[in-house]
Design a protein. Sequence first.
Length: 159
Amino acid sequence: GRPLAAGADGRVLLDERRPTPADLDYHLTTLFPPVRPRGFLEVRYLDSVPDQIWPAVVFTLGTLLDDPAASDIAAEATESVATAWDRAAQVGLRDRRLHSAAYRCVHAAAERAPAELEESMRALVRSVEQGRSPGDDFADRAVNYGIAGAVTQLARGEL
């Protein structure tokens, strides 16, 4: 029930004992970064975006990783924000540098999208251009309908 850091210096006992290297090893298994290399890239957020845009998000990710020209655009666009994970979590696309990087990346992918993804890509591009994310949309729902109402709507697939 306590964070590992509470006992890391040995002053606080965890389960009436000092933490061991095995405790640290276990603790590290509980960390889930957004992208985790595991012999492949485990992208942990793809299952948490709305049905309308997930095909575009998957296509964007694949394109930015696989298409050499799009990869170059993404590398250049994200260079200045490559370590801005905390900022991204705090303010998302309201940060102008993050917004600019996302804008360039999504447009690079949209230019390469097949016709069957046109509607999904258009929705993703519009969201990025407006500086919004699915989290912003959920926050709006929660304000309007309460947390329980917002979750119920999502569970029912209501947009």
